[in-house]
Design a protein around this ligand. Structure first.
Ligand SMILES: [Zn+2]
Ligand SMILES: [Zn+2]
Length: 147
């Protein structure tokens, strides 16, 4: 898929979502979302802050952090399970799964049709309302395996 087309589509989705939720589209918010969209490494608020400050030198960490929390609240971004560490954000709202490296903490996306169609055990379905299914595999990434 053409990444530029996908990016423009995603910006449209972002504008629509923001409008629907009464979120004012400030240049800062737009820049934060663009940065998040570019990131494929499931960045923390701090990562995004460090990247965006190069473009908007007067932005504060607090603004970045609060904006990301707002984005996840209105459903325009996902929060990757944090394992007690800083929240990590994921702008990819399509079904995908994660491989997490226990050594360096990288979170790498992967796709797998079988995992997408995994069935929820009946006892879980009885107890809870399941709204999404994600598989997280853990181990060593290719870089850490070599080292
Ligand atoms: Zn690693
Ligand atoms: Zn992801």
């Amino acid at each position: 898929m053409d990444t530029q087309i996908k990016k423009n589509d995603m910006m449209d989705v972002f504008y629509q979502h923001a409008r629907k939720n009464g979120l004012k589209l400030t240049p800062q918010r737009t820049a934060i979302y663009e940065e998040l969209l570019k990131a494929k490494d499931h960045p923390t608020a701090d990562d995004i802050y460090k990247r965006i400050i190069k473009k908007i030198p007067n932005i504060s960490f607090d603004t970045v952090n609060r904006t990301l929390l707002t984005f996840s609240k209105i459903g325009i971004t996902n929060v990757v399970e944090g394992y007690g560490q800083a929240k990590r954000y994921d702008s990819d709202m399509d079904i995908h799964h994660h491989f997490r490296c226990i050594q360096c903490g990288s979170i790498i996306d992967f796709h797998n049709k079988e995992y997408d169609n995994i069935t929820v055990p009946e006892e879980i379905r009885k107890q809870f309302t399941v709204i999404s299914k994600k598989v997280v595999l853990e181990g060593l990434c290719s870089k850490c395996r070599k080292g």
